[in-house]
Design a protein around this ligand. Structure first.
Ligand code: SAM
Length: 259
């Protein structure tokens, strides 16, 4: 079965109605990262950190700016996270460092941008299961052979073929620290994740979803394929008050949902 189209950049600034420890930690870490980037820009040493093009030259290195080591990944990989309103790489890195996960599950791998970050910044004991439907996706799909080659030596990672919509039958309740969902998300994907998969998280676990902003809802393929908007769903969820919902950035935006 083919799943619907679209890998898209884009997205709202959002907010969280309740103060929350992890959110504060993440903001602190993001603040540190932003401070390091500002220092680097001022001193004219920042070349390009996730600067918005998927066809960047291939290279990977760490740079030290004012005592902070900043991950620089200028790799030729497709990802909607290569956008400029926020350094999504540093944001995901900060979330992983704050959460110290031992179990990460991802749906939607593409070229492995987020998977690399989970692998790189999680503790050595972490188990990362990454799933995709590969060529069954009618859009910007992951290539199994390329991913196997890229991640073959990585002991923490298991890559498998599994449909996100089958996740309720496969994932164990109360078992996951970070569940990342990035499958050309729309409002229906969000609702499915919240209603069927929140129970798969540990009590301190995080559901992490690409998108969640009105800018992201405005991307062409959402309208073209008549996809349900994410932001109105999130606003209604926030009103219910059952979960802590925090959305970072604009395009594509990244949303955290926690108990
Ligand atoms: C936006 S890309 C993932 C981006 C990636 N996480 C990153 O950091 O760049 C979407 C991926 O989701 C996969 N996908 C689409 N529908 C899916 C589904 N129902 N279950 C699992 N994977 C799916 C596609 O094959 C594609 O590789």
């Amino acid at each position: 079965m083919s799943r619907s189209q679209g890998d898209a950049p884009s997205a709202t600034t959002s907010f969280c109605p309740v103060p929350h420890k992890l959110r504060d930690q993440v903001w602190l870490a993001v603040g540190t990262a932003v401070g390091a980037a500002a220092w680097a820009l001022l001193s004219d040493r920042l070349v390009s950190h996730n600067v918005g093009s998927p066809d960047l030259v291939s290279a990977k290195e760490d740079e030290t700016h004012g005592g902070n080591t900043v991950s620089v990944q200028r790799e030729a990989m497709r990802s909607s996270y290569w956008q400029q309103d926020l350094n999504y790489g540093d944001l995901i890195k900060s979330i992983v460092l704050a959460q110290k996960p031992t179990v990460v599950v991802e749906y939607g791998i593409l070229d492995g941008f987020s998977l690399k970050l989970f692998n790189r910044w999680s503790p050595p004991s972490c188990k990362i299961s990454a799933y995709d439907i590969f060529d069954k996706f009618n859009g910007n799909a992951a290539k199994r052979d390329q991913l196997d080659a890229t991640f073959s030596g990585e002991k923490k990672i298991t890559i498998g073929e599994q449909d996100f919509y089958d996740a309720p039958d496969h994932l164990e309740d109360g078992s996951i620290d970070i569940l990342h969902i990035d499958i050309a998300n729309n409002g229906d994907v969000y609702e499915f994740a919240v209603t069927k998969l929140m129970q798969k998280l540990k009590p301190t676990g995080i559901l992490l979803l690409e998108g969640g902003t009105s800018e992201r809802d405005a991307v062409g393929w959402m309208k073209k394929y008549n996809k349900r908007l994410i932001r109105p769903y999130l606003d209604a969820l926030i009103k219910k008050g059952e979960y802590v919902v925090t959305t970072f950035g604009k395009s594509p935006g990244l949303t955290l949902i926690q108990r």
